[in-house]
Design a protein around this ligand. Structure first.
Ligand code: UD1
Ligand code: MG
Length: 445
């Protein structure tokens, strides 16, 4: 099935109190508008038109060439849909009107709406029964269940306000009738706006049937402020955690783990409490992520051991069996199979060979204040603790770097390099030193 999606995003979103337009605020790591677009696409939309207000440059550049229409003045949802007329076209088919601030809408619900129109309804409304219906449009039904009109909360009589069945905002409409009905909508109501919802009564006037389907509350959960945003995030995280566990991943304390929606996590991964899996991660089978680790843009092979307290930044690419331990930060680096960096280390812009061992406190000095440089560490190399590898630099396969070295030159395969001051021992000097100090002499005396 295919349909045209019209996504309304021209509202002001003032309650977000933000310099960022509301549709670009993120849930599960994705802009809210991306969620609406993805749901539409997954449900079969072949054309998606986003309706924007003038001056919405941020959203336009985010859309990156995808179709949009401009609503000149914010005169209501009906006026907003009408603005999409040229971009959407009025050939036969189905149009679904969606909002850019309902990120949890599911493709399955959109499909059910479109199917209703294909089956002969003129309009199919996404209805829901919220605990508190105040503020929502109410569905006024005939005895046979058909919807005769939608009355907005502000325009409703006391009796109509008793109706629990509300308009979720999303509706599928027979496309060839949509814009004709919108032409007939007036702004004679409490808000002085052109309501999209008024097309329901107009369809009835034309003898065209209007029905509703009941969708889940999350499908139509609108985001108006930051508290709503947090509620949507909580609902989405609940879904993502559940899906992860169903896919064979252990989450020891699921409520403390945050998952980006695009995370690919293979089975038998164990994720300990208080872990954040940010955007762009792929975690291989059997890997363990210990507590308090933060991952973003990281690709991990099978059976890796990460953390506790590891920070993996974008471009981390670890082979099977890699160990990245506590207080280790990795960025833009590839670590070959079985490589280890177990404690207190920074690996940035590096290529680390298989089975290499990077000792505690090692730093790849990748930045001189101007440019970034690469460090190459060969297979099976052993980097002694507290070494500084000043990039660009290359350590050969099997080489050993003495602890505490500052390496500024390339080191050959299987070489031992030590770059630190020799130990100078003064026999029995400690006793003499203490005696002097106790006698009250200063350091020169
Ligand atoms: C709307 C519905 C109401 C429903 C509720 C569900 C109408 C008239 N009312 O009310 O029946 O219960 O959603 O949440 O449709 N927008 C524009 N241009 C405008 C006005 C709005 O693009 O001129 C966009 C907004 O950005 C938003 C969406 O349309 O994404 C809905 O607008 P909003 O003002 O939130 O409508 P509600 O009053 O909540
Ligand atoms: Mg609203």
């Amino acid at each position: 099935m295919s349909f045209t999606a019209i996504i309304l995003a021209a509202g002001k979103g003032t309650r977000m109190k933000s310099a960022l337009p509301k549709p670009l605020h993120r849930v599960g790591g994705h802009a809210m508008l991306a969620w609406s677009i993805d749901a539409a696409r997954a449900a079969g939309a072949d054309r998606i038109v986003t309706v924007l207000s003038p001056g919405s440059d941020d959203i336009q550049s985010w859309l990156d060439g995808a179709p949009f229409a401009i609503q000149q003045d914010q005169l209501g949802t009906g006026d907003a849909v009408a603005a999409a007329r040229d971009a959407a076209g009025d050939e036969e088919g189905v149009a679904i009107v969606m909002f850019a601030d309902t990120p949890l809408v599911s493709a399955a619900s959109l499909k059910r709406l479109a199917e209703g129109v294909e089956a002969g309804a003129g309009i199919v409304i996404a209805g829901f029964e919220p605990d508190n219906p105040a503020g929502y449009g109410r569905l006024v039904q005939e005895k046979d269940g058909r919807v005769s009109r939608i009355v907005e909360d502000r325009d409703a009589s006391a009796g109509e306000r008793e109706i629990g069945l509300c308009n979720g905002g999303i509706m599928a409409v027979r496309r060839e009738s949509l814009f004709g009905w919108l032409d007939r909508v007036t702004n004679d109501n409490a808000k002085g706006e052109y309501y999209l919802t008024d097309i329901v009564a107009l369809a009835n006037e034309d003898g065209v049937p209007v029905i509703h389907v009941v969708v889940g509350e999350h499908d139509v959960m609108g985001i108006n402020d930051r508290a709503d945003l947090a509620r949507a995030e909580a609902a989405l995280q609940g879904r993502l955690r559940q899906a992860a566990m169903e896919a064979g991943i252990t989450l020891i304390a699921p409520e403390t783990v945050f998952l980006s929606a695009d995370a690919v996590i293979e089975r038998d991964v164990i994720i300990e409490p208080h872990v954040v899996i940010g955007a762009g991660c792929h975690i291989g089978e059997g890997t363990i992520i210990h507590a308090f680790s933060h991952l973003e843009g990281a690709r991990l092979g099978a059976c890796c051991v990460i953390g506790p307290y590891a920070r993996l930044r974008p471009g981390t690419d670890a082979g099977d069996g890699v160990k990245i331990g506590n207080f280790v930060e990795v960025k833009k680096s590839r670590l070959g199979e079985g490589a280890k960096a177990n404690h207190l280390t920074y690996v940035g812009d590096a290529e680390v060979g298989a089975e290499a061992n990077i000792g505690a406190g090692t730093i790849t000095c990748n930045y001189d204040g101007f440019g970034k440089y690469r460090t190459l560490i060969g297979e099976g190399a052993f980097i002694g603790s507290n070494s500084s590898l000043v990039a660009p630099v290359s350590i050969g396969a099997g080489a050993i770097i003495g602890a505490g070295s500052t390496i500024t030159e390339d080191v050959g395969d299987n070489a031992i390099a030590v770059a630190r001051a020799d130990t100078r021992e003064q026999p029995a000097a400690a006793g003499k030193f203490r005696d002097k100090r106790r006698a009250g002499k200063d350091r020169k005396g």
